[in-house]
Design a protein around this ligand. Structure first.
Ligand SMILES: O=C(O)c1cc(C(=O)O)c2c(n1)C(=O)C(=O)c1cc(C(=O)O)[nH]c1-2
Length: 222
């Protein structure tokens, strides 16, 4: 593996949110219904901002091929039509957990720390370089394994959330693999100087902090 790729992969290995105490408690079956509902509600704020940050990334891409590739991400979340896509599936996860979709859509109850963390991610993609914006999505190299652990934990420990609610995670396993493969190839191709590479690593660290801060806020609140 090229040394820059190894440097990138080492960042989430050390500080991705699969290591966060809230996730460890989730996987061990220790979360209360209120905690799990709080997580779903607050994570919806992250989910609905993913296509917003992806639109900022899209605007930085210089070729039709790259823009077409990135547009697919926006469509994965927003769907090709109303009632489709990842945001809709997250709303259904909320409903399966007893949360009204209107509550999630209202934004009521989103914690201040979660708002700050998500703003931080969107602003990095708005104001950063192309390499920084794309590198910050590379936490997704680790997301598919985490999704699989989460699906197993939900089935085992939280059966009160119906199977339909887990579709978001099931579909996301393959999407995350494709997204992270494409993003990694783009960063390896475009980060040519030492300075570009250092910025890419710093952006990925920052993104790990975004996900960590989100869980810190949820962990402290319910
Ligand atoms: O539940 C998770 O642990 C998790 C993590 C991440 C991530 O690593 O940023 C994403 C997602 N889920 C996710 O569902 C998703 O759509 C997504 C998009 C992105 C991104 O940075 O472009 N990350 C993630």
């Amino acid at each position: 593996m090229n040394p820059f790729e190894a440097e990138l992969r080492a960042v989430p290995e050390e500080r991705y949110h699969h290591l966060h105490p809230f996730n460890l408690r989730m996987h061990a079956g220790e979360l209360s219904q209120a905690e799990l509902r709080g997580w779903i509600l607050n994570r919806f704020h992250y989910q609905r901002n993913i296509p917003v940050k992806d639109a900022h990334v899209l605007a930085k891409l210089p070729t039709s091929d790259l823009r077409r590739m990135w547009l697919r991400r926006i469509q994965d979340h927003d769907g090709a039509a109303p009632g489709e896509g990842g945001i809709e599936r997250w709303l259904r996860l909320g409903e399966a957990a007893g949360l009204d979709r209107d509550l999630l859509l209202s934004g009521e109850g989103v914690l201040p720390g979660v708002r700050m963390a998500v703003d931080g991610y969107v602003n990095l993609c708005r104001n950063g370089t192309l390499v920084e914006a794309v590198a910050s999505s590379l936490t997704e190299l680790f997301a598919p394994d985490l999704m699989r652990t989460r699906i197993a934990a939900f089935e085992k420990h939280y059966p009160w959330i119906g199977a339909e609610g887990l579709r978001y995670f099931r579909i996301r396993v393959d999407q995350g693999r494709q997204d992270s493969g494409e993003a990694l190839a783009l960063v390896l191709d475009r980060a040519r100087t030492r300075e570009d590479r250092d910025r890419a690593v710093a952006a990925l660290r920052f993104k790990c902090d975004v996900l960590w801060a989100l869980l810190d806020a949820v962990d402290g609140a319910y």
